[in-house]
Design a binder for this molecule. Structure first.
Ligand code: UD1
Ligand code: PEP
Length: 511
């Protein structure tokens, strides 16, 4: 679009918003300290506009449309059908990041989180933390974040809108029950994957005296002081965030807390390692029984580096498969990708793997993995996820894409989420043969005879959205993927980083 067309479109938007507010050109001119003639020229697209002027008009008209830049939806334009090459580092995980940000609330001292993923999910939590009085700042030229809590959190000032855009706010329960005997939190939001229960969280935290009444979009919480776990806490689901919530509560309980049916997944392990740095004793890390001895007061200056994201590693593997490419994926947390790799080997995938080395947390084992392109066959059995050490629940969607490259019929069974499998049918827009059997199961017929470029709106779920993006890399021609906020929620600079591997992806915004 030329600059002239942009100006005309903006002008029309301004005129419509002005009329909507029942304002004359004179009224608007007065508010802006300019002439009626200038407003006329702006509305006809005949006047160049500075960003500052646009912002002022937006304010005067109480209208979002003239906000340009970061608030407009980001889209991708992808020239597909190209092979990738080179090496790429896996970044640290979204899911550890959000747990660690919540855990920083336990510490009166300064928490520094190194190499944190700079993603929208982290931004939302930072907005929430800042709004309640926590000082946070990115250290210069780095992805290192410094967090310093106030003497007393101001929960009444919480940025509700930011809180409602993530599910993570539920993990404030564990830390806050040590600080307040009454408080409220907005309902947890996040990806639209169907309803996700919070009941296991509430049931488990009762052992610490937490009572919760859900009302008018808020959890109204009260804490019976002095109630502490008198027997092991048995989780009814082996969920990641519920395990983390109980760990966060147990971290400031001086007695012993035993958590059974705990998730041993990667983000839980990262949280345990961090809590150990805070002086909390934890036995059983990496197993389903955790024994925690907490500290009533935690006031230490601590630095921690979370480990690399197995889901990002899987995403990059899928990118290589779908584009028939040999790439080296560096810093793969191998313990959390073993079943995925075994499944891929069963499908005929070949790859090379380096010696193991440690992540910066000194605990998580990493490898570099080089993919070798070649034909794949559908697996004999269905592919389904399980809590760790099963095939990761968030990695499942990538198998739909990989199945679309493999010869034969693959059944993908997403028993976990109510809605997520449905979004995988978006791959049909790109030429893949994906059939929905019921809300939880899809059948993929591979190999896809002809990948086709298409324009698609991001499904409102992180992993299916990335699956569509990667499918577009396979499709020759120009594809458009609209509104990628959901991808930015969990991946840092994914388009740019795939670009560094040779993909042609342009980020653009709607006006
Ligand atoms: C911030 C974070 O870390 N998010 C992850 C975490 O969310 P989180 O821990 O919040 O996941 P949920 O507790 O919502 O669990 C996901 C779904 O699985 C069901 N369920 C889970 C465990 C189980 O043993 N039985 C069972 O039925 C739950 O009812 C729910 O419907 O774990 C999910 C499952 O690994 C991942 O998709 C999310 O990326
Ligand atoms: C479902 C996911 O995350 P969240 O728990 O943040 O919604 C995901 O990471 O795929």
């Amino acid at each position: 679009m030329t600059a002239d067309t942009y100006l005309t479109r903006i002008g029309t938007l301004i005129r419509d918003a002005r009329r909507h507010k029942d304002m004359t050109q004179n009224d608007l001119a007065e508010l802006l300290g300019t002439s009626q003639g200038a407003i006329g020229r702006i509305e006809q697209g005949k006047q160049n506009l500075s960003l500052e002027m646009l912002a002022r008009i937006g304010e005067a008209l109480d209208s979002e449309f003239v906000q340009v830049g970061s608030s407009r939806p980001q889209n991708l334009r992808i020239e597909g059908g190209k092979q990738l090459s080179g090496a790429i580092d896996v970044k640290t995980s979204k899911n550890a990041a959000v747990a660690l940000l919540c855990a920083s609330l336990l510490n009166k001292g300064r928490t520094t989180l190194r190499n944190l993923a700079r993603i929208e999910e982290v931004n939302r939590i930072l907005e929430v933390l800042t709004s309640i009085g926590v000082r946070t700042r990115w250290l210069p030229d780095s992805n290192d974040l410094e967090i310093v809590p106030p003497a007393r959190l101001n929960l009444a000032a919480m940025d509700e809108e930011a809180a409602r855009r993530t599910r993570t706010v539920i993990m404030f329960l564990g830390p806050l029950l040590h600080e307040f005997d009454e408080f409220q939190l907005p309902y947890a939001g996040g990806c639209d994957l169907g309803s996700r229960t919070v009941e296991p969280h509430l049931a488990a935290l009762k052992a610490f005296g937490l009572g919760v009444h859900a009302t008018h979009g808020f959890y109204e919480c009260n804490v019976s002081m002095g109630v502490v776990p008198s027997r092991p806490i048995i989780l009814t689901e082996r969920g990641d965030t519920v395990t983390e919530n109980v760990l966060l509560a147990a971290a400031r309980h001086e007695g012993e807390t035993v958590i059974r049916n705990a998730s041993p997944n990667y983000m839980v392990q990262d949280l345990c390692f961090f809590l150990q740095e805070l002086g909390v004793e934890i036995d059983g890390i990496g197993t389903t029984t955790l024994t925690v001895r907490g500290r009533r007061h935690i006031d230490v200056d601590v630095t921690y580096s979370p480990s690399e994201d197995p889901i990002e590693a899987m995403s990059l593997l899928a990118a290589a498969v779908v584009t028939d490419s040999s790439i080296t994926i560096q810093r793969v947390p191998i313990e959390f990708l073993e079943i995925e790799l075994a499944t891929l080997e069963g499908m005929g995938m070949k790859y090379e793997i380096s010696e193991e080395y440690f992540s910066k947390n000194g605990r998580t084992r990493l490898v570099d993995l080089t993919t070798i392109p070649g034909p794949l066959v559908a697996p004999i059995d269905k592919i389904h996820p399980m809590p760790f050490p099963g095939l990761n629940i968030d990695n499942l969607p990538f198998f739909a894409l990989i199945a679309a490259k493999a010869e034969g019929t693959t059944m993908i069974h997403d028993w976990v989420y109510e809605n997520r499998a449905i979004y995988l049918t978006d791959l049909t827009k790109l030429g893949a043969k994906v059939q929905l059997l019921d809300p939880h199961r899809v059948i993929v017929e591979g190999p896809t005879p002809k990948w086709r470029a298409a324009e698609v709106m991001c499904p409102p779920a992180l992993r299916p959205a990335v699956v569509v993006l990667l499918g577009m890399l396979a499709a020759p021609g120009t594809s458009i993927l609209r509104n990628i906020y959901v991808i930015n929620r969990g991946y840092q600079d994914l388009a740019e980083r795939l670009g560094a591997l040779g993909a042609t992806i342009e980020v653009f915004r709607d006006i």
